[in-house]
Design a protein around this ligand. Sequence first.
Ligand code: ADP
Ligand code: DP6
Ligand code: CO
Length: 352
Amino acid sequence: MPTFSATSTAPVNIATLKYWGKRDVKLNLPTNSSISVTLSQDDLRATTTARASDRYTQDKLWLNGTREEIEKKPRTLTVINELRKARAEMEKADPSLPGLASLKLQIVSENNFPTAAGLASSAAGFAALVNAVALLYKLPHSPTELSVLARQGSGSACRSLFGGYVAWEMGSKDDGSDSQAVEVAPIGHWPSMKAAVLVVSAAKKDVSSTAGMQVTVHTSTLFKERITNVVPQRFEKMKKAIIDRDFPEFARLTMADSNQFHAVCLDSEPPIFYLNDVSRAAIRTVEAINAAAGKIIAAYTFDAGPNCVIYYLEENEQAVLSGLSCLNGVSGFPQVSAAASGDDRWSQQLAA
Ligand code: ADP
Ligand code: DP6
Ligand code: CO
């Protein structure tokens, strides 16, 4: 039998309403719904090749040139098994298909940006893995159906199956089948949105998102207030701000949610610190940019790491980037477009 191979890419997404907390650790079900903007794959992306061959004796994964021990990563195994199950069902229904489901997989992935540093590598990574294997297996799944699979690898990955403005609906079913990503608006609805990605540190974080969020769930009292009385209302307001293309409202909600997410991290026991002095200087700089403009033209947000993403509209690019040029200690990817279409995955290379 030949070696079957497919390559795909996936973009990062940076949440404007943060997912932080699991109600079911095994199925990766969140304690709250979340919203994000997908960034262009031209700038930050994961590229993943999946191969199936009867010469392979074991499923294996390499990340950035180093072997990952997937046998110790139950979530990665779950994603691979779910994809394989879907292929096996296809082969059962159509026996003329080549028997790929019974072959072991070798998966090779590279991120072109810092991994495990709070720039959503797990989101791009698991979305690219699902895209590549789904392409290899020729699965007929919609992006929302694939998002349910990607979610089981890393929660934030479900949102990287779509371009533009995306919601992850927490769902209510125990089996997680309705905990999925949906499009709030395509990028064309509000195409002038841009992001400046300021890399403060490319170092691997010392508390992973997976570990950090469960410390918060179990110890923070502020967290209960957040998921009960803050996020549900903010979810509706954020969607409305996107639909209305209301940048000041979108920006206010984004900054407030980043700040509350880092506040619940601090309220955890032991406390979790993701921001550093440069991160805080970036917050002050954005405040100064908005004060100088006399209106809100820039919104900062930080995931679980010190690196900063600043959303702004293209018409304000000069004011925002010249304001940011005063900031010391950052490098990175300024002027990233908010874009990417989930359908790009089907145009990727497929070989047998
Ligand atoms: P980040 O803030 O970068 O998302 P996380 O702590 O959420 O950091 O997740 C980092 C982990 O995600 C990595 O240690 C690795 O296990 C996984 N990951 C990152 N990139 C990829 C990829 N391209 N393919 C598969 N897994 C990946
Ligand atoms: C702060 O999706 O990385 O970036 O599901 O455990 O893999 P796991 O966590 P992950 O958490 C992301 C947390 C966040 C906020 C967000 O992206 O919504
Ligand atoms: Co992550």
